[in-house]
Ligand binder design. Structure first.
Ligand SMILES: O=C(O)[C@H](O)[C@@H](O)[C@H](O)[C@H](O)COP(=O)(O)O
Length: 223
């Protein structure tokens, strides 16, 4: 795991946006399309803003989420809503977006259909991850109902999970799908998350899901 310490958060955002667009550009030189998985939360918005203004062949980029809160895309907590408003605009408006949320279906019922739709996108070409101070990533929360299944080697690509302290059901790409990405980047800010990441490297995967997926990736950090 490559750990990059940035002078400040703006620098980190610029550097991770540059790294992601460079990885996508490199992938598009060799492949018909690139699959690009991104998280929700509060960290990635400025990264998306920076990426959306970069000229690459976005029409050949297939964007998906690493995880989704099971709410309609116009809901304030929707990750799809965040990605559509901050990333899929400007030059990046031409990218293809693969939705997870299925209106009128539960997360459990929809996950197998979405997994089937994702099969042709694997392995993920470029992955951006966030992380909570509890060492969760995507919606793989330590010891949460559904985590063991989502961490299994034979897990489906997309899994329904029930994080105990979250207001809604979620779906998450499995640890296998995340870990299998060709280029992996994690962006985290603050000393607490840095310490949590270091701790995660010493814990079993079920207690620290980030540790199961970030190996071989690049961590972009700022205080
Ligand atoms: O749906 C989500 O919330 C994200 O996918 C989640 O995994 C996020 O990356 C972490 O919770 C960190 O969130 P922050 O960037 O807000 O700290």
């Amino acid at each position: 795991m490559n750990f990059i310490e940035n002078a400040d958060r703006d620098m980190a955002i610029m550097n991770v946006a540059h790294a992601l667009t460079s990885d996508l550009r490199k992938c598009l030189l060799r492949h018909e399309f690139a699959s690009f998985a991104v998280p929700g939360g509060t960290t990635p918005g400025p990264v998306f803003d920076a990426m959306s203004s970069v000229e690459i062949d976005w029409s050949r980029v297939h964007v998906m989420l690493t995880d989704e809160r099971w709410v309609p895309e116009d809901h304030a907590r929707s990750n799809a809503g965040l990605v559509k408003s901050r990333l899929l605009t400007g030059h990046a408006a031409n990218a293809r977006f693969i939705s997870f949320y299925r209106d009128g279906m539960t997360a459990q019922a929809a996950a197998p259909d979405v997994s089937a739709a994702l099969a042709g996108e694997m392995p993920i070409s470029v992955l951006l991850l966030g992380m909570g101070a509890d060492m969760h990533t995507a919606s793989l929360f330590p010891r949460a109902p559904g985590l063991k299944e989502a961490m299994a080697r034979d897990a489906p690509l997309l899994c329904a999970v029930s994080p105990p302290d979250q207001p809604e059901e979620r779906v998450s790409l499995s640890a296998q799908a995340l870990d299998g990405a060709m280029d992996k980047h994690l962006v985290i800010f603050g000393d607490d998350k840095r310490a949590a990441l270091e701790r995660a490297m010493t814990l079993p995967a079920l207690d620290a899901p980030i540790g199961a997926v970030i190996k071989g990736g690049t961590v972009h950090w700022a205080a």
